[in-house]
Design a protein around this ligand. Structure first.
Ligand SMILES: [Zn+2]
Length: 364
């Protein structure tokens, strides 16, 4: 999760059976039937991984009711637990891991486990925060979490047991991560490019160099199952002295996040200071440079009916590309049409929704 190390010590119960493979498995192991009990929504077995619910691994109740938002997440964020790379493949070990994480998070004063899901090194998938499973299988709502600053109401967080700074994630863990991502993306209508690592948003080593380096393959493996592009958005790096429409975009977006900055199109001292302030607030690397973490934290999807400074950023970009759309901060039919035209020209799905890929294409 964060860069801090947990003690990694937890009580080991009696060895249980090794986790069954996810996805399409006809036989669910003992204690792996939570998903089966929750599949109110008909779905192909291939998108219903066996996930041990909080009751199965012995969670304590949350200290306050968890908050459920009636909205779908728009991304998945991958973490590592930064705990030891255990060789214990028992279910008892996996469940003890889930309890130890919950204990640590409750100890921080959080109401429950911070993440939505946890995967043991031997591939056991477990619910993290209560109601994460129920909302996943409903497909229309998400639980507020505590895994990535400023992303906890829009991103599903997955903790992967172990430390992957130099070690490779085990094949069992990786296989379960693919299956869980397929399930999350399918249930919530996400694309594979919307899978990120913790360090793409905040100043942390998480999920370790090796697991982070695995993300392009993870996106490709998920895309091969659900379709769509696996290519994550790439952002320009803007520094002091930069000029132009992309600087105006950053300035509009900073205003969207509460800054009183004037939109000038020049990356001046005031802009660098506003970026500094924003980076501090979202726990990104504080350097005053608008790079990957800053862009990822600044942008959110926009669609018909949206309004505000972020909409102005889009409209101003479209105008710079030659559209006659008005820069009025109101995302109406004309803006949607202009976005769809831009997407068609950029070989993106022409749906009129400004997702992260469309944002990146606009500013790159
Ligand atoms: Zn993390």
């Amino acid at each position: 999760m964060g860069s801090s190390r947990r003690s990694g010590r937890w009580p080991h119960g009696r060895p249980g059976r090794r986790s069954v493979l996810l996805g399409g498995a006809a036989v669910l192991g003992t204690g792996l039937s939570a998903a089966a009990a929750l599949h109110a929504v008909p779905a192909r077995a291939a998108v219903r991984p066996p996930i041990a619910g909080c009751d199965e691994w012995g969670a304590r109740p949350p200290t306050l009711p968890v908050t459920v938002y009636a909205a779908r997440p728009h991304k998945v964020i991958v973490h590592h637990t930064a705990s030891p790379n255990s060789e214990d493949d028992s279910q008892a070990h996996a469940y003890a891991l889930a309890r130890s994480i919950q204990d640590a998070h409750l100890g921080r004063g959080w109401i429950d486990s911070g993440q939505h899901f946890t995967i043991s090194r031997y591939g056991q998938v477990m619910e993290g925060r209560h109601r994460s499973l129920e909302t996943l299988f409903g497909g229309a709502a998400m639980v507020e979490s505590a895994h990535t600053t400023a992303q906890n109401t829009v991103a599903i967080g997955i903790e992967n047991e172990g430390t992957y700074d130099t070690a490779q994630p085990p094949s069992e863990l990786y296989a379960s991560l693919v299956e869980l991502c397929v399930a999350v993306c399918t249930r919530y209508g996400l694309r594979a490019y919307q899978i990120y690592g913790h360090r793409d948003f905040t100043d942390t080593d998480c999920p370790g160099d090796q697991l982070h380096d695995r993300l392009p393959r993870l996106r490709a493996d998920v895309a091969s199952r659900i379709g769509g592009s696996p290519v994550a958005p790439a952002w320009p790096t803007l520094t002091a002295g930069a000029r132009g429409e992309r600087v105006r975009s950053v300035q509009f977006l900073l205003r969207q996040h509460g800054s009183a900055l004037t939109v000038t199109g020049t990356y001046d001292t005031a802009t660098a200071q506003a970026v500094h302030s924003f980076q501090g607030a979202v726990k990104a690397r504080v350097d005053g440079v608008a790079g990957q973490q800053t862009w990822n934290q600044l942008v959110a999807p926009l669609a018909l009916g949206g309004s505000g400074e972020a909409v102005r950023a889009v409209q101003s970009q479209l105008a710079a590309y030659g559209s006659d759309v008005r820069v009025d901060g109101a995302f109406g039919p004309a803006t949607r049409s202009a976005v769809a035209s831009f997407q068609a020209g950029a070989s993106l799905p022409s749906d009129g929704v400004v997702d992260a890929r469309t944002w990146a294409a606009l500013v790159t």
